[in-house]
Design a protein around this ligand. Structure first.
Ligand SMILES: [Zn+2]
Length: 252
């Protein structure tokens, strides 16, 4: 698995955020950390610290609601509130915010598909709502990341063209948030076994390989992980193992 990985971390901040920042810094991993606005508002100093350490803070909405379940008006508010907070924090940190990134909670683009991106929704009203959300991201200056070498068809033809940042490889360490696990992932060993399997199943459904465009092993990946106290241990283990397997974390 000698891939180039674009690391993105969702749901900052948590009680282990500071430790996570130092862990990543020590390994010289620069990544995008997507923030939940209402939690960020309570920990502004931590955000300033992350920025001064060179991390990129992205917008992960204000209260982490599924965008398919809220109105267009509420969706705009969710984006704007965290947008303004991030503008203020970048200012306070004295760091130029030249890259603006957004990630939908649950990857749900607001089109009624609840984050399922392998097939697109067909309801015209919901598709229109999704387009309007994309337009408001554009107006605020949000762009996608450059992720060369991510060669899956569904990514290149769809996700890479959007104004939000999606992912191609969910580490699924978040399944260990529940002591009983989820999706048959019950231990760190299960997380790693899936991660390094030939074609890791995705919690959003197994997709026929032809739909990916290329096989799993040949593409770079936009990696999704989470900032979460309960899963900080598997987080560290997974990063260490990816490095040990010869993966390289790309610089944004
Ligand atoms: Zn999230």
């Amino acid at each position: 698995m000698k891939k180039e990985l674009y690391l993105t971390i969702d749901d900052f901040p948590s009680r282990t955020s500071e430790e996570m920042l130092f862990f990543l810094k020590k390994k010289d991993i620069r990544c995008i950390i997507f923030c939940i606005g209402k939690e960020l508002a309570k920990q502004e100093d931590l955000a300033i610290k992350a920025l001064s350490m060179g991390f990129i803070l992205g917008n992960h909405s204000y209260s982490h609601k599924a965008f398919s379940k809220i109105s267009l008006r509420e969706a705009s508010k969710e984006i704007r509130k965290t947008h303004l907070l991030l503008e203020k924090l970048y200012n306070r940190a004295g760091v130029a915010r030249d890259k603006k990134y957004f990630r939908f909670p649950y990857g749900d683009k607001g089109d009624g598909m609840l984050g399922q991106v392998f097939t697109r929704g067909t309801d015209p009203r919901k598709r229109l709502k999704k387009r309007k959300i994309q337009k408001s991201l554009t107006e605020l200056g949000y762009t996608n990341i450059m992720a060369p070498g991510v060669s899956y068809g569904y990514y290149k033809n769809y996700l890479a063209k959007e104004r939000d940042v999606h992912w191609t490889l969910d580490v699924m360490e978040w399944c260990l948030k529940r002591s009983s696990g989820m999706f048959d992932i019950k231990s760190e060993a299960d997380v790693l076994a899936r991660l390094f399997s030939e074609n890791p199943f995705d919690c959003r459904g197994v997709v026929p390989e032809e739909k990916y465009g290329v096989t799993f092993t040949s593409s770079n990946e936009v990696v999704l992980m989470h900032d979460c106290e309960q899963t900080f241990s598997p987080f560290k283990t997974a990063i260490n193992e990816m490095l040990a397997k010869g993966c390289r974390f790309a610089k944004f």
